[in-house]
Ligand binder design. Structure first.
Ligand code: HEC
Ligand code: HEC
Length: 222
């Protein structure tokens, strides 16, 4: 079912006092269980903007492990997956969210996940894949590594969430003279146990990303 369809279904469902038939609403059927716990205590969705959702839900509950959620477009691209993960309490990883917060998030999603009244920003240099920390952190580490490699994550001893924590591990991870021989590069290309792990939902690095990482290492991690 398309995203639009789901949203329509959910909106329709929210608008109904009597649920006559929501058979056509696919996954959202679960809401039938007890919608009051999800929706009763939340403000009408009209006014909700991305920045409010970010400050009330994503920042306290997700961004520590999913730094990519700072970015509206990244959230929108994963909105189906986010809905599924939060609804089933698989996320946040460190324990379910209060019903109020879930309700807030789902109200915003049901309203079409609007960005709201933000001032359009011009594309920052961080958006382009380039051999500098800002770009690598945003486009590679933040999207595919920090989710596990952070102080509260699965791999706290190999923290990729700050420049300092990466620099501290430089002897283990990098070969500045021969970037292609860096441990980090070997690990992400390991045929048996690559990073991100095969069984995780994160895609392996593509050739362009690997090349930029090597270039970044060769330059001494600028
Ligand atoms: C303590 C770290 C942590 C927190 C907090 C956390 N996650 Fe996750 N998340 C993970 C990890 C690790 C995975 C990888 C799959 C797994 O291990 O279950 C993941 C996977 C996901 C996925 C599936 C993969 C993807 O990127 O599409 C989604 C969606 C997701 N999380 C959403 C959220 C949302 C929304 C929140 C906040 C409400 C959140 N997570 C909070 C650690 C976290
Ligand atoms: C879904 C969680 C997850 C993601 C995402 C992830 N890692 Fe890992 N990583 C692990 C775990 C767990 C270990 C430690 C266990 C192991 O060695 O197999 C590890 C270990 C490592 C190691 C040390 C390997 C060793 O065994 O000595 C490196 C280097 C590494 N990861 C790099 C990365 C990089 C770079 C990324 C992103 C491109 C990444 N990881 C993404 C979970 C993850």
């Amino acid at each position: 079912m398309s995203l639009l369809n789901k949203k329509l279904c959910l909106k329709l469902f929210l608008g109904l006092t009597l649920v006559i038939s929501i058979g056509g609403c696919g996954n959202y059927e679960e809401f039938k269980e007890d919608p009051s716990t999800l929706f009763s205590r939340v403000a009408p969705a009209q006014g909700l903007t991305f920045s409010e959702i970010k400050s009330q839900v994503l920042t306290p509950k997700c961004i520590r492990c999913h730094p990519g959620y700072e970015d509206y477009q990244t959230v929108i691209n994963s909105i189906d997956s986010i809905t599924a993960q939060v609804r089933s309490d698989r996320m946040p990883k460190d324990g379910p969210m209060a019903a109020e917060l879930k309700g807030l998030l789902f109200s915003w999603i049901a309203a079409g996940s609007p960005q709201g009244d933000v001032i359009p920003v011009k594309p920052s240099p961080r958006d382009e894949l380039a051999p500098n920390y800002e770009s690598i952190a945003k486009n590679i580490l933040g999207k595919k590594c920090v989710v596990c490699h952070n102080p509260q994550g699965q791999v706290p001893f190999l923290d990729f969430s700050t420049r300092e924590s990466i620099w501290k591990k430089r002897k283990l991870l990098f070969n500045f003279d021969k970037p292609e021989n860096s441990y980090l590069i070997e690990v992400i290309q390991d045929p048996v146990e690559p990073m991100p792990p095969m069984n995780s939902p994160f895609e392996q690095l593509n050739q362009e990303e690997i090349d930029v990482l090597k270039e970044w290492i060769g330059l001494g991690l600028p």
